[in-house]
Design a protein around this ligand. Structure first.
Ligand code: SF4
Ligand code: FES
Length: 383
């Protein structure tokens, strides 16, 4: 085995990883322009085998991980998903499938249920097929998603829907929530698009205006009241986009604090976007998860506060938000140690304001944004 743990050693205070996100594949039948997968995902060809995934899950569980998300790409593309779910159940994980619903049907839902899958989350793009088709690049996906949402509920799972909001669907939020209500959803995550990967590439065409956002928040609040009056238990979670906050989020609960992602080729990352950072990430083919989590240079790089630059270094809030998101800092400033420009104390906060102005001048339709697909991705592999 190659030693990728480098020279930094554990600080003796690092707790166990609680969350494992298993990105089983970057393959996906859809082409969403807001996808957070890396731009050069086509460079990843050698996915982990079934045996390698089982070994990875076993190691993570032995380290104390309890929550497991199967994601991608589209995880249903992997024909061994049921085997991995069964193994996760045997190991004692609480497992969640994060899916577009494409690749699902009633027999497969039943097979996943029998294998012990705890939870399924289906994503919706819009309330109407035309917007959904423009965003996802598939005219048939919308109807399939609705059918699978119903099938998941009929199989006894709670119906948990995720709607990624952006400037092309946020004005139709009233109809989107009405659709979720009509479907019988138990919980809906209204998640404003996070701007990483393909979404960052399409940022100007995705970022809503402040006015759109305020209307959407008011719509959500109105729906919460209406649902409560009817005694209808459908939880609505509204996630505000970072670009309209004045303080950043403590991304992933802190770098290497509770969360790890294993990418399709086995690269182990502190978050799903980190592989575009200018640093080397070890893979499960190089060394054990335990070594990677506790001893690798990559995972120790942004733990604690010694790495911080000003203004974070002397800021009273540095342990609350850990200086924000490293990926966002790098994407916006080119420096992964910079204060996240979302923070209005950052000397780079003007970049966020400029991004909002740029978005205000963008007139592209949803169908004119760059679709996430393998052909486009190869361009970034060569870059
Ligand atoms: Fe957080 Fe840094 Fe902003 Fe302080 S300066 S609030 S630590 S991001
Ligand atoms: Fe990578 Fe925030 S998404 S640190």
């Amino acid at each position: 085995m190659t030693d990728h743990t480098d020279t930094i050693t554990a600080d003796g205070q690092t707790g166990a990883p609680l969350w494992l996100l298993a990105e089983l594949t970057y393959r996906c039948p859809l082409q969403c322009s807001y996808c957070s997968n890396p731009l050069d995902f086509a460079a990843v060809e050698a996915e982990l085998t079934t045996a390698e995934w089982i070994d990875t899950l076993t190691q993570a569980r032995a380290m104390g991980a309890v929550q497991l998300g199967f994601s991608g790409g589209e995880p249903l593309v992997r024909q061994d998903l049921e085997t991995l779910v069964a193994e996760a159940r045997r190991l004692g994980f609480y497992s969640n499938l994060i899916t577009s619903g494409l690749g699902l049907d009633e027999p497969r839902i039943e097979a996943l249920r029998e294998a012990g899958l705890d939870h399924i989350q289906i994503s919706l793009q819009a309330s109407d097929p035309d917007v959904a088709a423009a965003v996802a690049g598939s005219p048939k996906a919308h109807a399939k998603k609705l059918a699978m949402a119903r099938a998941v509920k009929a199989a006894g799972y709670p119906m948990v829907l995720n709607v990624v909001l952006h400037r092309h669907n946020i004005d139709r939020l009233d109809a989107i929530i009405a659709l979720c209500d009509e479907l019988g959803a138990d919980a809906v995550e209204l998640a404003n698009c996070q701007l990483y990967g393909w979404a960052y590439l399409n940022r100007a065409g995705l970022l809503p205006s402040r006015e759109q956002l305020e209307v959407a928040e008011a719509t959500t609040a109105r729906w919460r009241e209406r649902l409560a009056e009817r005694g209808r238990d459908m939880r609505l979670l509204f996630v505000v986009p970072d670009y309209y906050a004045d303080r950043p989020k403590a991304c992933m609960g802190g770098w290497g604090a509770i969360f790890m992602t294993v990418a399709p080729d086995g690269a182990v990352l502190p978050c799903h976007s980190a592989r575009m950072l200018p640093m080397r990430f070890p893979t499960v083919r190089d060394c054990s998860l335990h070594e990677i989590w506790y001893q690798s240079a990559a995972f120790n790089r942004y733990r604690g506060d010694a790495w911080m630059s000003e203004p974070c270094r002397s800021c009273d809030e540095r342990h609350r938000d850990v200086g924000g998101c490293r990926c966002q800092a790098y994407l916006l400033t080119g420096d992964p140690t910079a204060t996240d420009p979302v923070c209005d104390l950052s000397p780079d906060h003007h970049l966020i304001e400029a991004a909002r102005r740029e978005a205000a001048g963008d007139t592209r339709t949803a169908g004119e944004l760059t679709p996430r697909n393998v052909h486009e991705s190869r361009v970034f592999c060569r870059a």
